[in-house]
Design a protein around this ligand. Structure first.
Ligand SMILES: *Cc1c(COP(=O)(O)O)cnc(C)c1O
Length: 381
């Protein structure tokens, strides 16, 4: 059975004696041309035409009113939380199944993460778990805001993450956030090209973020983007990411403690070339997912498909094995035989630095952790 899967993947990537990575970037367009132009122009740093152009391209593609490019997705997330009004000692709801950056940025703000369970269809934050937490553990005070009854802390934001590019149940989560006056911020780091009811992920929340790390659907080497429809937040994002410098021909006036989070022009040059290929990349990734689905159906192994009402970018394809023993055996076999596979991330509250944090029972999260395996998902060439 495992050998059948491994040979199927090797056939897809036409690679029979080298390692097949989980997700490698593809540079098949104007990458070299734009980077060379960028070097020739000498504008390789935080000012230049490629940064502006990259932001315009992402804005037009996602439909977000504002897009602000940052050095990486983690920096974008950090700023997004600050801009959403997160303050020291607030409580921020997120999911236990996520990449560690989601939890780290909450800590950067001096706030406390609450790790809730996953939805087995989307793999992301469970709306049921969110409702149970808000309804049973929290109280809405006279100021309209929601507070944790036990800790007394203000629950100021909810930060769901679209796992492997599959959108969470955005409508239900957004409804709950509105009702409890909790700022809705989307970690769409993995989901460029993924839509919920035809609208791009990362554009539903007050703010959303994308990542362009080397393992994501498109890459700028390192890079990220803050998305928002709010004019004021858009302007503040740019200001805060560029050391909060007040525009002036020569004076150095900074009106608050800002950040050096702006994306360099040379990275943006790569981003512009990658954006030009994004439609084709998504088409190929969706075709690959179709091939995987057909194959895994034929050997009766569940394959993670896009949730209802969604179009997923299928950033990482994943299968669900019978139990933890089978999962480990397959990880062992595939990695030893030239096919890179990975389990789900260690659940956040199982990491030492987050072991003291609030969480719910995490029943689905643990079920998924025991069974899920990610398989090679690079754009096929
Ligand atoms: C990739 C990723 C980020 C941001 O990562 P950077 O490497 O900082 O760009 C954040 N959250 C999730 C869920 C991610 O997968």
């Amino acid at each position: 059975m495992f050998d059948k899967i491994v040979s199927f993947i090797k056939d897809i990537y036409k690679t029979h004696n080298g390692k097949i990575p989980l997700h490698a970037p593809v540079f098949a367009g104007n990458e070299k041309k734009y980077m060379l132009e960028c070097v020739d122009s000498t504008f390789v740093s935080s000012v230049g035409k490629y940064v502006d152009q990259f932001e315009i391209m992402v804005r037009e593609y996602t439909g977000a009113k504002h897009a602000v490019a940052t050095v990486n997705g983690t920096a974008a997330l950090h700023l997004a939380l600050l801009l959403a009004g997160v303050q020291r000692d607030d409580e921020i709801i997120t999911q236990a199944v996520t990449f560690v950056a989601t939890a780290n940025v909450i800590t950067y703000c001096g706030a406390h993460p609450v790790f809730l369970d996953s939805d087995c269809e989307t793999l992301g934050l469970s709306p049921k778990a969110l409702e149970a937490f808000l309804n049973q553990q929290c109280i809405q005070k006279d100021d309209g805001y929601t507070y944790n009854k036990t800790t007394g802390r203000k629950v100021s934001a909810c930060l769901p993450m679209h796992v492997f590019g599959h959108p969470v149940h955005i409508d239900r989560i957004q409804f709950l956030c509105n009702r409890y006056r909790v700022a809705f911020v989307e970690d769409a780091a993995e989901s460029i090209g993924s839509l919920f009811e035809g609208k791009h992920t990362g554009t539903f929340g007050r703010l959303g973020i994308l990542s362009f790390n080397g393992n994501k659907t498109i890459t700028t080497g390192g890079g990220g983007m803050i998305l928002t429809d709010d004019d004021e937040l858009g302007a503040k994002a740019k200001h805060l990411s560029t050391t909060a410098k007040v525009p002036h021909p020569w004076e150095f006036v900074h009106d608050q403690t800002g950040f050096n989070y702006r994306l360099p022009n040379i990275n943006a040059a790569l981003g512009c070339a990658q954006m030009e290929q994004l439609l084709g990349f998504i088409e190929k990734k969706r075709k690959l997912a179709d091939q995987y689905k057909e194959f895994f159906d034929s050997i009766e192994i569940p394959f993670i498909s896009e949730p209802e009402l969604c179009r997923s970018n299928y950033w990482l394809n994943a299968i669900v094995l019978a139990d933890r023993k089978k999962r480990n055996a397959f990880l062992e076999y595939s990695n030893a035989n030239g096919v890179m596979t990975r389990p789900l991330w260690t659940l956040m509250p199982d990491l030492t630095m987050y072991s003291h944090c609030l969480r719910d029972e995490l029943k689905n999260a643990r079920w998924l952790e025991d069974r899920l395996v990610c398989i090679p998902s690079s754009v096929t060439t």
